[in-house]
Design a protein around this ligand. Structure first.
Ligand SMILES: Nc1ncnc2c1ncn2[C@@H]1O[C@H](COP(=O)(O)OP(=O)(O)OP(=O)(O)O)[C@@H](O)[C@H]1O
Length: 245
């Protein structure tokens, strides 16, 4: 690992699920400290791409490095520097919130305190609640806290705020802003243009498993000749925003 290395380097990734070509050719370089949004309609290949970057899926083709580490061969070291929040959390449903937080904290040498983690996602009042009894939004918030337990240098957040109420959404935005202030690199899969515009230095737009554009939010708007990022997205993909949800 060296500091001159990009935080994330993905080169010509491809992944197929039987007949479905989920990711056809995705290359992406994210510098240390950047927050990069991943946008695309449903089925564009966003989750598959970030799962390959996180080492959770093996690409059929291409290469991934996270802080210079190969997710396939440097798994143990990668786990220490990468935090991943996925769309569907697979957590131990019978454990209490405090037990899950302690379990995740135990994986790392210098974890955030349990109080800090619960405070980050506003779940201090639910510490004694069993995971199964949390609302969907609370479960999602917990999975975000767990992704951040080990003070990752790179955080992958897949649909951070989908399904959250406006207050929780704003809270998560300030969490990402805090990560950014700490120099953490963030890859953020999102369907919310307002979120992307507010949080992201650059945005990669995926469609049909390929990169359609990679630019700053303002750059995407300028190149599309549109007034807003919403309109730029529609102009780039030819698809309605409703198709992203
Ligand atoms: N485990 C799987 N088995 C088979 N096909 C899959 C699997 N996971 C994803 N796919 C298919 O691969 C394509 C890309 O899916 P992916 O989840 O990566 O897209 P996405 O952009 O994250 O979509 P969404 O916005 O709906 O979450 C879709 O056609 C999807 O149906």
């Amino acid at each position: 690992m060296s500091d001159t290395e990009p935080a994330i380097l993905a080169e010509h990734l491809a992944k197929r699920y039987r007949a479905v070509r989920a990711v056809v050719d995705v290359s992406l370089r994210v510098d240390v400290g950047e927050t990069v949004g991943v946008l695309g309609t449903n089925g564009a290949g966003k989750t598959t791409t970030v799962e390959m970057i996180a080492g959770l899926r093996v690409p059929d083709e291409g290469r991934v490095r996270v802080l210079g580490l190969d997710p396939r061969t440097d798994r143990a070291r990668l786990r220490q520097v990468l935090g991943v929040q996925l769309q569907h959390a697979h957590l131990h449903h019978a454990l209490r919130v405090s037990e899950l937080v302690d379990l995740y904290r135990s994986f790392y040498p210098d974890p955030r305190s349990a109080a800090e983690l619960l405070d980050l996602v506003d779940l201090a009042g639910q510490r004694r609640t069993v995971f199964d009894k949390l609302s969907g939004g609370q479960q999602q918030r917990l999975s975000i806290a767990l992704a951040l337990a080990g003070r990752p240098r790179v955080a992958i957040l897949d649909e951070l705020t989908t399904g959250l109420d406006p207050k929780a959404r704003r809270r998560m935005w300030s969490t990402v802003e805090q990560l950014r202030a700490e120099g953490v690199t963030v890859l953020l899969v999102s369907h919310a243009m307002e979120e992307v515009e507010r949080l992201c230095d650059r945005v990669v737009v995926l469609d049909g498993g390929r990169v359609l554009a990679l630019d700053t939010p303002a750059g995407l708007v300028a190149r599309s000749g549109t007034a807003t990022l919403d309109d730029a997205f529609v102009a780039l993909t030819g698809k309605d925003l409703e198709e992203t949800r």
